[in-house]
Design a binder for this molecule. Structure first.
Ligand code: CTP
Length: 475
């Protein structure tokens, strides 16, 4: 089948025209290859273009860049590659090569090869499609491994024996899962067996690269698909044993608890329906991470997981560290949501008082909306009546949150009376009592004893001070 005749109708036309000209003048063959061709055929946007040159790739890159407004070319001599940017697109050039990365060696082989040599050393048939940029032959699709058919069938398949393809770069096992999850494709049975039998080789890949792929899976519309595939392939337990430890149901006296692995995945998909935020998705993934550590069967109560939110906050931090994820305010955000994840549910089970809502707002701050999303997704019971009751109560909590916030502005609470003012009023040096008075004012606001404004806070300050035997200074 020929490629879509409109496919050159975009801005890339200019780039492709320049490349066709350079190729004709130099008498070399030039092809667009890889993800760009795949996305073009899938009608998905793509801004990175990979070019294969049968000949001097770096020379063609330099000449094309000169014609396209003298873009600056970055050359990587060791790899025989070059790259330049043009109007937000990244255009990368390689000379066709025979071998891929040599396993165990940092120096890739640069022996020149044919186009087919280059295609066979790529990861999947759908990523090995090439389009000719020959002037006389533009739009011809070169597809020796039936990539177009696989694209139609929604199939992820390696061009070579998967053992060879995955030995070349074991990260490709994660990429297979990523493409399957993102594109809604199946992984071909032989390829999947290849992943299973090569899974141990993932250990030689740096955690940063593994996480790069894992986060792309996390950002897919339905991330659980990818996580289940990683689990079935035996990859997940290699880099994320804390997550696979959530699997399974234990019974005592015929009483079981829910399978926390599948529950966690349902919660992850639940928040993903409403948010593309990677870190909120991580909070969903980790919200019950400490359940195996805190699990107990208590007579008369059944299964309990006391303090799993608190322990989960710590375990979550350790997981981030081990997985080489950023240790910054994102970690703190995830830990905070893990710690607070049960609060809205507990609150909705009781009578929803203003003061409980104020405390929740105070503790969650600007993350309150994310916390509510997480808590709502956490309700995955099969008991429909129970789910309905929770969701109705959540509506009440949401309404109350709005009212309290409008009235008291607790979300970004700033103490209405500062420590300095307390010290000045009572002629105190910095000491414990200053903190006590400040805290008493905050508590009174959260309990609704006084409103969140400086006048009421000041009046209350004098009441508290009198109780602990302090008098204001005469001036
Ligand atoms: N490739 C490969 N093996 C890898 C990485 C990349 O064979 N481990 C090849 C594939 O042909 C791929 C191309 O290099 O299509 C470009 O790789 P990359 O930019 O990482 O991925 P894309 O396929 O373009 O997909 P995306 O941009 O969505 O990440």
């Amino acid at each position: 089948m020929g490629a879509d005749t409109n496919m050159f109708s975009r801005l890339q036309n200019i780039v492709f025209d320049a490349l066709s000209d350079v190729a004709a003048e130099r008498g070399v063959k030039v092809f667009v290859i890889g993800g760009f061709v795949r996305d073009l055929l899938l009608k998905r946007p793509s801004k990175d273009i990979d070019i294969v040159v049968l000949g001097d790739g770096i020379g063609v890159a330099r000449e094309a860049a000169r014609r396209l407004g003298n873009a600056r070319v970055s050359v990587f001599k060791t790899y025989g590659t070059a790259m330049f940017k043009y109007k937000g697109m990244e255009i990368e050039f390689v000379g066709a090569r025979k071998e891929s990365y040599s396993p165990g060696s940092r120096n890739p082989s640069v022996e020149p090869g044919t186009l087919e040599d280059d295609q066979r050393r790529r990861d999947f048939t759908i990523n090995a499609l090439a389009l000719s940029l020959d002037r006389d032959d533009r739009e011809r699709l070169v597809d020796p491994f039936n990539g177009l058919q696989d694209l139609h069938d929604g199939l992820i398949r390696t061009p070579l024996d998967p053992v060879v393809t995955f030995s070349d770069d074991p990260l490709r096992m994660m990429r297979a899962v990523r493409f399957a999850t993102r594109l809604g494709f199946r992984i071909d049975a032989v390829t999947f067996e290849g992943i299973k039998s090569n899974r141990e080789r993932l250990k030689i890949v740096s955690m940063e690269r593994v996480m790069d792929e894992f986060n792309k899976i996390m950002l897919a519309p339905c991330p659980s698909i990818g996580i289940k595939l990683l689990d079935q392939a035996g990859l997940l337990e290699l880099f994320f044993p804390e997550l696979t430890a959530l699997k399974g149901v234990e019974y005592v006296d015929g009483v079981g608890h829910k399978d926390n692995f599948y529950h966690t995945l349902a919660v992850l998909d639940g928040v993903s329906k409403h948010s593309d935020d990677l870190w909120l998705r991580w909070a969903a993934l980790l919200h019950d991470i400490a359940k195996p550590l805190t699990k107990k069967f208590v007579d008369g109560q059944g299964w309990t997981f006391h303090g799993h939110n608190h322990v989960g906050e710590r375990v979550g931090g350790r997981v981030f560290q081990r997985l080489k994820l950023p240790l910054n305010e994102k970690t703190k955000y995830v830990q905070k949501l893990v710690f607070l994840h049960m609060r809205p549910i507990v609150l909705s089970e009781e009578e929803v008082t203003d003061s409980a809502v104020r405390r929740l707002l105070f503790d969650a701050g600007d993350d309150i909306d994310d916390l509510m999303l997480l808590a709502e997704a956490d309700i995955t019971s099969k008991n429909e009546a129970k789910v309905k009751r929770f969701l109705t109560n959540f509506q009440i909590v949401r309404q109350k949150l709005k009212e309290v916030e409008e009235k008291d502005a607790i979300r970004n609470f700033q103490p209405p009376v500062s420590g300095e003012e307390i010290m000045e009023t009572f002629q105190l040096p910095p000491c414990k009592q200053v903190g006590e008075i400040k805290n008493a004012i905050k508590e009174a606001i959260l309990d609704g004893i006084i409103a969140n404004n400086p006048d009421e806070a000041r009046a209350y300050m004098f009441t508290v001070a009198a109780k602990i035997g302090l008098a204001p200074s005469p001036d």
